[in-house]
Design a protein around this ligand. Structure first.
Ligand SMILES: [Zn+2]
Length: 456
């Protein structure tokens, strides 16, 4: 009796305690419960987004799964904010808008760029565009990451053995999960590769779905493939290259019909006369520097941003010679005798459009508007600092006016063709070179060939 009395009292005590805590929960904790639920819901949403994103992206190779960096990755952001807080990855980019450099920075999210070749230049260009918040990136390469690539930027030793496309997609997705990344492990120079490459940059109506193609390949055949696909799709693209001796490079904008295509003139290199094909022999390896490749990638993406977001002036051809820090720029007009018949057709179409009544009057109107703006500009003829503003054209010197007569331009000083010029329409080789300069270059040529032989 005594025991059962005690136990029933115990149960009653328990019950009243439970009742009390229930009351407490209902009164005090209702608000916190709602907050917790809201937090849980947010966490779930975030997780669902991550899963959806993982689903659409290529699987990284198994051995590097521990290095995928998922733990540090941030959640996706739906809208670029200009808010100046430490947690906003876009505040510094949106500041370009506030400072009047870019009219509408957020438009970058609507842009798609294809990068062909994810090597020393392409991988760095991809990282730059990813950090800038590009909408979509299409990556192409057939190669694998090797330890021999570690003198360049971007790839890490633990990624050795992975395909460059998978390794790049993994790193880029972690850096910025807002970018949609598609990777294609393929060799575009094969017949099958050509068709697959062309199909991959097209939408289901057969039109190009990309805003710009960046060529970051290291061989002539791949450049000719990109050239053909871009001519067929009337797709604007930018070509880039770094010389085999690692000390010079260039970027070139190609607008089918309007500028020279890649077949119009032999490939240009700066201060280097080495045929890349002679350097592909077994055991002979081209030099490369992270500096030159990083600089060329920077110039390429800088011009891509200007092109995509419509600010500044897009340089049609920009060379870089590191030994003298020389940056020649020039315009390369299309070659009327281009061996590619499609290029000829597009040239004729461009010329007809350029000379059409509508285009002529539109140019006249914009010239008149520009003149009016120039007249209205306030001249500060008196300032205590003695600072004067010099028009850019006057100081640049090497720039070629965009609206010059449509003819083949001569090469800027310091530039020469890397391949023999077979085309009778192509410009002269030794423009502006004295005989003395030429003989000096021949000696340098011989020296570099000798050096190449001795390193065999
Ligand atoms: Zn051409």
């Amino acid at each position: 009796m005594h025991n059962s009395e005690r136990s029933s009292r115990g149960v009653l005590d328990e019950l009243s305690k439970l009742q009390a805590s229930l009351d407490l929960l209902q009164t005090e904790s209702l608000k916190t419960n709602a907050e917790q639920l809201h937090q849980q819901l947010e966490d779930l949403n975030k997780r669902m987004e991550e899963i959806a994103q993982d689903h659409g992206r290529p699987r990284p190779a198994a051995q590097a799964s521990d290095a995928s960096g998922q733990k540090g990755a941030r959640a996706r952001i739906t809208e670029m904010s200009a808010e100046v807080v430490d947690s906003n990855p876009y505040s510094r980019l949106m500041a370009l808008q506030r400072m009047g450099i870019v009219h509408n920075y957020q438009r970058i999210r609507e842009k798609t760029v294809a990068i062909v070749g994810v090597g020393g230049v392409g991988s760095v260009a991809a990282e730059m565009l990813t950090r800038c918040g590009i909408g979509r990136l299409l990556l192409y390469d057939y190669d694998k990451v090797e330890l021999a690539n570690m003198n360049r930027l971007f790839f890490r030793p633990d990624q050795a053995g992975m395909t460059k496309t998978d390794a790049a997609a993994q790193t880029l997705q972690d850096i910025n999960p807002d970018v949609a990344i598609e990777s294609f492990t393929m060799n575009i120079t094969t017949l099958k590769g050509f068709d697959e490459f062309k199909a991959s940059v097209c939408d289901n109506r057969g039109d190009s779905r990309v805003d710009l193609v960046l060529s970051c390949v290291d061989n002539y055949e791949a450049r000719m493939t990109i050239n053909q696909v871009c001519l067929e799709l009337q797709q604007n693209w930018m070509e880039s290259g770094v010389s085999e001796d690692a000390v010079s490079g260039h970027i070139q904008v190609i607008i089918p019909g309007e500028t020279a295509c890649f077949a119009c003139v032999p490939p240009l290199v700066v201060a280097s006369g080495i045929d890349e094909r002679t350097l592909k022999r077994e055991g002979v390896c081209a030099a490369s520097l992270p500096t030159t490749m990083g600089i060329i990638a920077g110039l390429l993406v800088q011009n891509s941003l200007k092109y995509l977001l419509d600010f500044g002036q897009v340089t049609r051809y920009l060379g870089y010679s590191s030994l003298k820090d020389f940056f020649p720029s020039m315009e390369i007009k299309p070659n009327p005798g281009c061996p590619n018949p499609l290029c000829g057709k597009l040239q004729a179409a461009y010329e007809a459009q350029y000379n059409s009544e509508a285009a002529v009057s539109a140019r006249a109107a914009s010239a008149a508007a520009a003149a009016e703006v120039a007249e209205e500009e306030v001249v500060h003829d008196d300032n205590s600092w003695g600072i004067s503003v010099v028009p850019e054209e006057a100081s640049a010197g090497q720039g070629v006016p965009a609206q010059s007569a449509p003819s083949m331009g001569a090469l800027a000083e310091g530039l020469e063709y890397s391949m023999p010029v077979a085309d009778p329409h192509a410009p002269e080789l030794s423009n502006g070179h004295s005989e003395e300069q030429e003989s000096q270059e021949n000696i340098e040529d011989l020296m570099s060939q000798l050096n190449a032989l001795s390193t065999k």
